[in-house]
Structure formats: C-alpha cells, structure tokens
Design a protein around this ligand. Structure first.
Ligand code: HEC
Length: 218
C-alpha cells in the first residue's frame, strides 16, 4: 500500500530572526555623522549568518526618514514592504543600482526625481526592452521579468511609498551617513531577510525584520 501523507501535515516554515546592531549604542544621530551597523540572520530552515548560510545579497537595510512622526509612532512602525520593493530586491536590480549613489546604473533616487518628466510607461519600457544613452555610457540589458512585476517596481519607485527612503544597503554590514540636509525628525533603520520557504516550491516564504530608530540632534 502506498503511503499517503495525511492532509495538513506539510512542514511549516518558521520566520527568520533578524538582528540589526549599531556599532555604537546610540539613539541619536547628528547631521553628517556616520554610524556603522551589522546584521545577523538566523533562520530555522535556511541556516545562520554566523556560518555563511545566508546569501549576502538577500539581506537588506532600508533607512527611512520621518519628519513629523513622534518616536512613539515610529516604534510602532510595522514593516510591510510593498511588492515593488520586494521585486527590486529579489530580481537583482541592486547588482547595478544603489538607492543613493550611482553604481553601474544611475541611483534609484535620481531616477525617481527625474521621473516627473518621464512617463511611467517609458520607464517600464526601459526595463523590459533595455535602455541606453539616457544616463551615461553604460547600457541596461533588457530585464527578464514579467510586465506585471516591472509595473509594480516602477509604480513603487516613482510613487509616494518610497518618498521617505534615504538609503538601501545590501549585505551584512554597512555605513550610514546621516544627511547633512536633514536637520530634524528621526531615522528608522530596518534590516530584513526573506527566507526560502519550505519544499521544492519554496512556498510560505516569510520575512523577518528588526528596526532601530535614531533621533536627529544638532
Ligand atoms: C547590468 C546592470 C543593470 C541591471 C541588472 C539593472 N540595471 Fe537599470 N540601468 C542600468 C544602466 C547602465 C542604466 C542607464 C541606461 C541609460 O543610460 O539609458 C539603467 C537605467 C535604469 C532606469 C532608467 C531608465 C530610463 O529610461 O531612464 C530604471 C528605471 C532602471 N534602470 C531600473 C532597474 C530595475 C528596476 C532593475 C531590476 C529589475 C534594473 N534596473 C537592473 C543598469 C542595470
């Protein structure tokens, strides 16, 4: 007789535990000040960053600026990345782009600023067909993603949800330089890792995150 697994016995995927640690134990930052940080990840299925079991390019730290919210409101911030941002992280855009500074391609914040002049459909076209000559001498090959994903990405990039992002870094360590032009409010640094789920279908993938807030002082 063939063994049939009883229904409902699929393994359950557990959430990764992510920790963001600032080099110095501070809760304030002055404009221009630099703060280095490290991230550790422990996932019951994928493994531990202590043993190099977590891919470096799947660990991100997003830094957001909140001008008007109180520290109490910020501490209740629920991390819920939009599908546009999740797609950008998952399909390798950060191999060539950074948020704040140019890499092979122009920075995403620059593209965002210039997008007022350029229609969303034009940017989606650049992603799907590739792009050359708009920004410099490097060209972007056509990105092998479905149009729905490209639309989610561009809509997120040019939309309001990404307005308060000041930096996104990838990997287990990074250096944050507080903007000299930002004199008040708070920063929220959020480290995250999306695990690989369970089984061949990698179903039930879960994201773990940890946020640390910094109040801007002068
Ligand atoms: C192999 C490197 C590379 C990868 C991978 C890459 N890009 Fe680009 N990207 C570039 C370069 C170089 C340019 C500038 C091209 C130009 O001057 O027209 C660019 C330009 C862009 C533009 C502006 C296009 C325009 O019409 O002005 C957007 C938007 C963009 N990239 C988004 C993305 C997203 C989203 C991803 C991931 C799906 C991605 N890129 C992956 C290199 C890359």
């Amino acid at each position: 007789m063939l063994f049939t697994a009883p229904t409902g016995s699929d393994p359950i995927n557990q959430s990764p535990v992510v920790k963001l640690i600032l080099a110095e134990n501070v809760d304030t930052v002055a404009p221009g000040q630099q703060i280095s940080f490290t991230v550790s990840v422990m996932d019951p299925e994928d493994g531990s960053s202590d043993y190099q079991e977590i891919p470096t390019n799947e660990v991100f730290v997003e830094i957001r600026h909140f001008k008007y919210n109180t520290i109490k409101e910020i501490s209740k911030y629920e991390y819920n990345p939009s599908s546009g941002l999740s797609n950008i992280k998952a399909v390798g855009c950060f191999d060539c782009h950074q948020w704040k500074n140019d890499l092979v391609g122009p920075s995403f914040s620059k593209i965002k600023q210039s997008s007022q002049q350029k229609a969303i459909n034009g940017l989606i076209g650049s992603l799907l067909q590739g792009s050359a000559g708009n920004w410099g001498n490097e060209m972007m090959p056509a990105q092998d993603i479905p149009e729905t994903k490209a639309r989610e990405i561009i809509t997120w990039l040019v939309g309001e949800k990404s307005n308060n992002l000041v930096e996104i870094s990838r990997g287990f360590d990074g250096l944050f330089t507080a903007e000299t032009s930002i004199q008040e409010g708070h920063y929220l640094l959020t480290a995250s890792y999306r695990d690989h789920g369970v089984g061949a279908e990698r179903s039930d993938r879960k994201t773990g995150y940890h946020s640390v807030s910094l109040t801007i002082t002068n």
